[in-house]
Design a protein. Structure first.
Length: 209
């Protein structure tokens, strides 16, 4: 429509097709985001587009819309599963989960990141220790709850003690984990509040119990 009203602008079609339309799709799918995140999402959309175009050309189904749709759906499913597995293996921040923590008659749901680099383990209980922001955990914990301390090392701090608590239950990815140990983190774990909890990888290995 814009090209019909402004035909003298040669590049208007390219702008609408390759920039404006992509930005609208990103905004609808993901909402408002920072410039850096926006560029990542746009580039990812172009990458997926090129991959799907290549797959369609391989099978030579351009003349049949139903075949194209079928190939696209199958390819998208395979790519989603593959990307998730790769992200889990390399510990990328994009592998996130919604975790529900239950303590007594209280509960809270938070966005969590699975971090394969988290090896924090309580030497006394031998439990893997996940980490959560202080304000969130303190809203669940009563003053009478038993407080534990786990030694840890981090960048800029050679040694320290992290305050931890045993919570009644964690619900994660359709499974329940009882008497899980969670450490208290002072401050924010992510700049844009993308996640409030870091999950220990061994929590997944237990399979829920």
């Amino acid at each position: 429509m814009i090209m019909l009203f402004i035909p003298q602008v040669i590049l208007i079609g390219e702008f609408v097709t390759y920039i404006a339309a992509i930005e609208i799709m990103v905004w609808i799918a993901f909402g408002k985001s920072s410039m850096k995140e926006n560029i990542k999402k746009v580039l990812f959309i172009y990458l997926v587009t090129f991959l799907l175009n290549g797959i369609i050309n391989i099978f030579h189904v351009e003349d049949n819309m139903w075949k194209v749709l079928f190939i696209v759906l199958i390819s998208c499913g395979i790519m989603i599963v593959g990307i998730k597995k790769v992200m889990e293996m390399i510990g990328e921040e994009s592998v996130r989960y919604i975790v529900k923590i239950i303590q007594g008659n209280k509960s809270v749901s938070v966005k969590a990141l699975k971090d394969t680099g988290n090896h924090l383990t309580d030497p006394l209980t031998s439990k893997p220790v996940s980490i959560i922001e202080k304000d969130i955990l303190y809203a669940l914990i009563e003053n009478t709850e038993k407080k534990l301390y786990v030694p840890f090392q981090s960048v800029g701090k050679s040694h320290g003690l992290m305050e931890t608590y045993i919570v009644e239950q964690i619900e994660l990815d359709g499974k329940q984990y009882h008497n899980a140990e969670i450490g208290v983190f002072e401050g924010k774990l992510s700049k844009n509040n993308e996640y409030q909890m870091i999950l220990h990888p061994k929590l997944f290995e237990s399979g829920g119990k």
